[in-house]
Design a protein around this ligand. Sequence first.
Ligand SMILES: NC(=O)c1ccc[n+]([C@@H]2O[C@H](COP(=O)([O-])OP(=O)(O)OC[C@H]3O[C@@H](n4cnc5c(N)ncnc54)[C@H](O)[C@@H]3O)[C@@H](O)[C@H]2O)c1
Length: 247
Amino acid sequence: MSEFNGKVVIITGSASGIGAATSLAYAKRGAQVIGIDLAPSTDTAAAIQKAGGKAEFVAGDVSDANTWQQTAKLAEAAGGADTLINVAGFSVLEDSIDTLTGELWQKIMNINLKGHWLGSQTLLPQMKRKGGGAIVNMSSATSLVGVPNHAAYSMAKGGVDALTRQMAVDLAKDNIRVNAVNPGPVRTPMVTTNTEEMMDQIVQAVPLKRMAEPEEVAEIMIFLSSNAASSITGVTLPIDGGLSMTM
Ligand SMILES: NC(=O)c1ccc[n+]([C@@H]2O[C@H](COP(=O)([O-])OP(=O)(O)OC[C@H]3O[C@@H](n4cnc5c(N)ncnc54)[C@H](O)[C@@H]3O)[C@@H](O)[C@H]2O)c1
């Protein structure tokens, strides 16, 4: 039986891409998944049901405290949060130092950074009451290397790395481990909505010459939240085919 059987796992960004793949991967291991997304998680719900898993969903914005209050109630009713996987994120090509507006900067910070902190803070009391837990934050290779048109996004992801280290240090006494993953290009709508030419350029820059699949990222997040990683906290782990190691 999986160690996640019956565990209450909250996953943001559950409607699409990495969040959807991660929700399904935990549900297949017997976790009670609570997914959060602005968009309807209809396809994820259907995939989990087909796999015989359990899931509930909250429709809401991760940067809004009301979303987290609603989530905390569901998690409490399920027995209390064990694991939080902060995945929801947002990027746009207008995000260059030249054209970035204050409004867009704030939106990118709210979704990619504030949401991670707010969700963690809201669910911490439940994890502490249960004697511990694990949090995995979604960062990006853009926190490690500069990428054109990702100004506020890179700043937000750099903040996620710092938040991860800070939380790891502050929460170790409560037996709560906090880690982050830093993917390079992953085959999700965030990337596949680019032109073929842009996708080619992206793949050529990766030493392994391919994008990661969302399921590969899900497996690493599951590892970091599992007993196999029981002495790992505060790491920011590239999943980028070597991208951040090259010139
Ligand atoms: N795809 C990549 O190449 C890549 C690389 C590095 C990091 N990431 C990160 O992975 C995460 C998931 O991205 P993805 O590639 O699966 O993209 P995606 O666009 O497929 O999924 C993102 C999901 O987040 C949801 N979302 C956006 N804003 C939200 C909000 N305010 N509240 C709740 N949900 C919200 C969207 O509705 C969507 O379902 C993001 O944090 C992204 O920055 C992606």
